[in-house]
Write a protein that binds this ligand. Sequence first.
Ligand code: NAD
Ligand code: LMR
Length: 330
Amino acid sequence: MKAPIRVAVTGAAGQIGYALLPRIAAGEMFGPDQPVILHLIEVPVEKPLQALGGVAMELADCAFGLLAGVVQTSDLAEGFGGVNWALLVGSKPRGPGMERNDLLKDNGKIFVGQGQAIAKHAAKDVRVAVVGNPCNTNCWIALQSAKGVPASRFTAMTRLDQNRAQAQLAAKAGVPISAVAGTLIWGNHSSTQVPDTFHATINGQPVNEVIRDKEWLEGEFFKTVQQRGAAIIAARGSSSAASAANALIDHVRDLVRPTPAGQWRSVCVESDGSYGVPKGLISSFPVRADGQGGYQIVKGLPMNAFLESKIAATVKELEMERDIVSSMLT
Ligand code: NAD
Ligand code: LMR
């Protein structure tokens, strides 16, 4: 058995936390031979802390062989102390009629303190995945605040959008999910995100040769993926939780292990200027992991006017969000 790793989860008493924690403790994120010590972080408020106690009791009652310890805390020094992974979920979800960036004012500041605490207290090899919305810009805030931690350690999540796109294409084509490969999200995890079908395949064939309906691919499909979070909020009365937790399992698991040859995953990472995305923005790209803690943005995918114009719009929104929050950092 390997030595345990420490994994911090903020917002651990929330909806995503509830769906996520048992799956991490069961080995779905880091593998069946990797013990974990979970650092459960909540706000210093009676109700969530009491709920957190209940979550910890349930984790104990699962008798997970891989769960080597549980820390419950609202102290960031303890919460991020020695952690190898920081999963930043804790923050306010949006309600009906809101855009995710309406949360910037309330949620943005959370990531200043958490970024600072990660820089000060986490393990030298710490890696960060941001889920709390708007996740790209919150990730940018955390990264700016975590002086000394390399930018490559910071990611935000568009895997849920990728999974949604894959499921929509499979349903339309009437094929199993496994027949769809290469679905890809560019840009912001927002209603301007760009679900790309040009680089995806169904049973190895280009998507537009299987789904011969350009209007659907560039219209209904596009909007469905962009608006899926809002549709779930309208239906459930609260934002996606099971699918979000599932996507975070996929996101981290696929960053920890090497990406199979010829494949990529959608991950929001710091732009190096690829595909015309200004350097420094946290934007979703096709990413390949090396299995050693590193990753690369896949270069040289052919682009077209449709993709370029959509990517320009999502980049504009990312720049606008960055400009709004810049004042939080001074
Ligand atoms: P929730 O309200 O059920 O739970 C959030 C929890 O975070 C609460 O228990 C709250 O007390 C805690 N919290 C708030 N501020 C905190 C802080 N500073 N430190 C630690 N804990 C804190 O919400 P949820 O459904 O779990 O969603 C959490 C976030 O994830 C929201 O911002 C939501 O919009 C976002 N989200 C992102 C994606 C994505 O794909 N990126 C998907 C779904 C949800
Ligand atoms: C989602 O995509 O489901 C989440 O980001 C929640 C939301 O606000 O849409």
